[in-house]
Design a protein around this ligand. Structure first.
Ligand SMILES: Nc1ncnc2c1ncn2[C@@H]1O[C@H](COP(=O)(O)OP(=O)(O)OP(=O)(O)O)[C@@H](O)[C@H]1O
Ligand SMILES: [Mg+2]
Length: 268
């Protein structure tokens, strides 16, 4: 039994690719077989995020056009053999992708993997034009806790329902515990109530992302709050009743606020 997740957003830059890559890695590390499909044609990034940028030979468009087999285009992550990536094309455009072929590819990936995670491009038209109608089990809308992002998410919701995609669950990204506590940022609960969507997860704003990026690594390779957030979301994706962290309900302890400590790598 395989589950395909579509990660979408209205506004760009809210963390779709980051969330897709880290959830894929966490699920693969927990022993699940995972395929990531980079559907951001022309602006691929998951190959770089997963450390595979020098290994790309064929891509999604090559498979869709029949220029290679799916197995030839699929890359496996060296230290995570159960994680595979189908990279996006670098020099094509989203209109070059035949939707029927995309659906076929998703179904082929589902035959071989427990989880198929699809990273959508941002934007209403570009992002969801080529999207699938009946082949994804879960749609996940990623938002940051600000009015513009929420407004764009509302518009995306309309498009998602027009396309008869599953009603999304929500991941609220870049939350700041203390700002929520002092009522200077919306909590994930507020965003979820405004959009009337159930929460799949909450991810804090975390400087560990910058450090990980500079080292060409994933943030989940390090002990940090963001990693804990991804572990909780992955738990929920695998049917566990992991509680939401509810950032902002109390202030972080003094020492945690002022002395974050050195970033330690997760041992394998
Ligand atoms: N919780 C977070 N804390 C700190 N930085 C973050 C967080 N989430 C994402 N970022 C950073 O935000 C930037 C944008 O993330 P990402 O590329 O994943 O967004 P995206 O939604 O895929 O963008 P696009 O719409 O262009 O595809 C990246 O530099 C990433 O490291
Ligand atoms: Mg992206």
């Amino acid at each position: 039994m395989s589950t395909a997740y579509l990660f979408a957003s209205g506004k760009g830059g809210v963390g779709k690719s980051t969330v897709t890559a880290n959830l894929a890695a966490v699920l693969a590390r927990a022993g699940h077989s995972v395929a990531v499909l980079d559907a951001d044609i022309g602006l691929r990034c998951l190959d770089a995020m997963l450390g595979l940028e020098n290994m790309v030979v064929y891509d999604l468009i090559d498979v869709a056009k029949g220029d290679c087999l799916l197995s030839q285009a699929l890359l496996s992550v060296p230290d995570l053999p159960s994680l595979h990536l189908l990279p996006a094309a670098q020099f094509a455009r989203s209109k070059d992708l035949d939707v029927k072929k995309l659906r076929l590819i998703v179904n082929l990936l589902k035959k071989e993997h427990e989880f198929v995670l699809i990273d959508c491009p941002a934007g209403l038209e570009r992002g969801l034009r080529g999207v699938l109608h009946s082949d994804v089990e879960e749609t996940v809308l990623i938002v940051t806790p600000d009015d513009i992002c929420i407004r764009d998410a509302e518009r995306t919701l309309g498009l998602i329902s027009d396309k008869q995609l599953p009603r999304p669950r929500l991941i609220v990204n870049r939350l700041n515990n203390d700002l929520i506590f002092s009522r200077e940022m919306y909590s994930a609960k507020t965003v979820s109530e405004v959009l009337d969507l159930p929460l799949l997860g909450e991810i804090p704003e975390d400087p560990a992302f910058c450090i990980a990026q500079l080292r060409h690594r994933l943030v989940t390779d390090y002990h940090c709050d963001a990693r804990e957030a991804f572990l909780r979301i992955a738990g929920r994706m695998t049917g566990k009743d992991t509680p939401l962290p509810a950032y902002g309900e109390s202030r972080a302890p003094f020492f945690r606020r002022h002395f974050p400590g050195k970033l330690r790598e997760v041992s394998r």
